[in-house]
Design a protein around this ligand. Structure first.
Ligand SMILES: Cc1cc2nc3c(=O)[nH]c(=O)nc-3n(C[C@H](O)[C@H](O)[C@H](O)COP(=O)(O)OP(=O)(O)OC[C@H]3O[C@@H](n4cnc5c(N)ncnc54)[C@H](O)[C@@H]3O)c2cc1C
Length: 348
């Protein structure tokens, strides 16, 4: 293995895109069409967040909300599975030969006067351990909001049986599983576990359980209906809880909404209470943020998606334009504006 070799990249890219999720891929496509010299840096795989969905999961969205080009995503059923969508994005990259460096994380960015930015990255694979540097005139952060899984901050949360992501139900057949959370991810995971024979308890706040407003993140009806069937048929238990007190190797203690302490047997815990973007790089560049509806978000121009730091743009799930549809649409709109701003810089 090469040990931390530093390569200096002298060429200046017009646009450096951080993240190869739907937003970053859409931006790369738009940049290629605008004739920009661009590069995407992705710390994981193509569409890394979608790869982390539960195995076999069906998307909530229809193909027209997920596809990179109209009429190109053809799932077997009405909505694609995780695997069908991943394949769609991978082949979009391959077919257009989009310029993406995978397994490479952006770890630092400096302003470089009128030249733009110097971007520092680290690529760590089984065969390579390298630090690299790039010059870029414009930056587009398309980093998603999966970096920091939210925690309960209770004793025992670091035990190996506690997970903050749910990938598959198969290891938990006939085990005592607890899912903590009130959103669709938590409900869907509880459903998968219960359907595949885990003795599942879902701990949820009453306001989430009673929420029927889709705009306020209520459980989708196609998740709630089978979930309620699991409850009626005695395979799934719901506890309306106030907080989790402690997780131990074989049990979990929680306080119910009425203040009662309940200790339940437990083999595995899934804490699925959302996740937040890592805004460190943006903040170090001087980008200002505000508290959003759900989480902290960068301040940006709603037309151009440029932040208060000239030349630094944002797109995708960590802005107000959440979900895949907006993550794809926004870069198609703003990259031509970035191309124009580059032309006017050259002209002046
Ligand atoms: C379980 C689950 C189910 C969902 N279901 C749906 C659904 O059915 N329909 C829907 O529309 N949305 C759904 N979403 C939301 C959807 O996944 C996001 O809206 C979408 O992925 C946003 O795309 P994005 O490109 O903004 O961010 P992401 O897809 O999160 O991509 C960001 C990328 O940036 C990379 N990155 C971050 N920091 C760095 C760095 N420093 N250096 C290099 N790379 C970096 C990450 O590795 C990642 O690949 C779901 C989300 C989850 C968690």
């Amino acid at each position: 293995m090469d040990n931390a070799i530093t390569h200096e990249m002298t060429k200046t890219h017009d646009l450096l895109i951080i993240g190869a999720g739907p937003a970053g891929l859409s931006a790369a496509d738009a940049a290629a069409r605008e004739g920009l010299s661009y590069l995407v840096i992705e710390k994981g795989t193509i569409a890394n967040t979608i790869r982390q969905y539960p195995v076999g999961r069906t998307l909530f969205s229809t193909p027209n909300e997920l596809e990179m080009r109209a009429g190109t995503l053809h799932p077997v059923r009405e909505k694609p599975t995780r695997e069908e969508l991943l394949s769609h994005y991978i082949h979009f990259v391959l077919d257009r030969d989009l310029k993406i460096n995978l397994d490479e994380e952006v770890i630092g960015i400096q302003q470089n006067g009128a030249e733009g930015f110097i971007v520092h990255t680290r690529r760590e694979t089984e065969t390579d351990d390298a630090q690299l540097t790039y010059n870029a005139s414009r930056l587009l952060f398309a980093i998603g909001a999966m970096d920091h899984a939210r925690r309960l901050n209770v004793p025992g949360e670091d035990l190996p049986k506690v997970h903050h992501r749910f990938i598959e139900p198969y290891p938990y057949v006939r085990k005592e599983a607890l899912v903590v959370g009130g959103g669709n991810s938590a409900a869907e995971s509880a459903l998968f576990l219960s359907e595949e024979g885990a003795r599942t308890t879902m701990a949820i706040w009453r306001e989430d359980w009673e929420n029927r407003d889709p705009k306020a993140g209520a459980m989708k009806h196609w998740v709630r209906t089978p979930l309620e069937r699991e409850i009626t048929e005695g395979r799934l238990r719901v506890i309306l809880y106030k907080h989790v007190d402690e997780i131990t190797t074989h049990e979990v203690t929680l306080t119910t909404e009425t203040g009662e302490k309940r200790t339940i047997p437990n083999d595995v815990v899934f804490v699925l209470v959302g996740s937040d973007a890592d805004l460190t790089l943006l903040k170090r560049l001087g980008v200002k943020t505000v508290p959003g509806k759900l989480t902290e978000i960068p301040i940006y121009d709603p037309e151009t998606f440029e932040t208060n730091v000239p030349g630094v743009y944002v797109a995708g799930h960590f802005t107000n334009a959440r979900h895949i549809k907006a993550a794809i649409e926004v870069p198609q709109r703003i990259v031509p504006l970035i191309a124009k701003s580059l032309q006017s810089t050259i002209a002046s």
